[in-house]
Unconditional design. Sequence first.
Length: 385
Amino acid sequence: MKKKLVISTLVLSIIFSCNCYTARINAAGVGSISKDELIKQKKASDQKASELAQQKDLHKQKLNDVNSQMGQVSDSIQKTNDNISKVQKEIRDTQEKIKKAKKEANERYEEMKYRIKYIYENSSANTLSELLYSKSMAEFLNKMQFTADVYNFDKKAIVEYQKKLEQIDEYQKKLKNNQAELKKKQDDLKKQEATLNESIKTQRDNLQNAQNAYNNQLNQSNALDKKIKELEAYEKKLEEERAKAVARAQQQQKNNIPQNVPSYSGVATNVSASEEFLLGAIIQCEAGGEPYEGKLAVGSVILNRVHSPKFPNSLTGVIYQSGQFTPARSGRLAMVLQSGRVDASCMQAAREVLSGKITINCLYFCMNYGNIRGTVIGKQVFYNL
């Protein structure tokens, strides 16, 4: 009798040691929020970081596009400036040509005027002199024809110079028009350049803001990841402590036969729809990553407790019994219930065990660290004390 009392006391100490350790987790600040909530926040933060990364890449692409446009505009400005310089040089050269042509035309015109004046002023005397001194009429006529030819040549040359001046003047006007058009294009390009410079500044600011937002979100994700890892480390330590306590209890009663749990296989348990959902939720929290056999085993342990006189006689009472199921204490179960979503396989396992498919006759389970005697399914071990 005394030995049984010691064993019962040891079992109670295991339960309360788990509670105390949970209190230490909360005191450390790690358990102030459930792991599921941290994972949910981490997922949302990662999603936000991914969206910010896309925005950052979009701003970077926009900046590259604007820089490319600026490069094209700068090339156009350079070409336009070169063309303006070329046209200005042509205008200067044309002005020199006009000046030179006018000078030559004026000189030719003055020479022609002088010869015409000389011819008219001396035409009678010259004509008589040429007639008297000419050896023949033919020589006289040739001399007269020569004088006329000189006059006609001068006249033709002046006309040609005049046409040349007109052509040069027309060309100069065309060059000036080209110059005006180029200057207008230059002004338009400079305005475009100013707009692009402003756009580049805006895109650089946007990119920097996006980079800062992305860095902040990434830091937030990393901080959440750190908290999750800290919480996982605490949970692992809690499970290890629990496993060690169970192993010590088993060691102290190694010569005793473990408690015999009656088989309730084939015994259906009638519960409300909300309790059925509650059972599916706790199975998801305790064995969501376990094989289907492990899900059935967790559900079986809970149903075995409902039927055991050592535990509350209702599904809700068993699941929320103080110090028993970590997800119920940490708030993870509440998060699943609040979401209204339970994995289909977990709900199927809940329905099967409620219909009487009890796959294991155990009242306890925990993570398997190799130091507890029991039935190992997946990463968990199922046992009795």
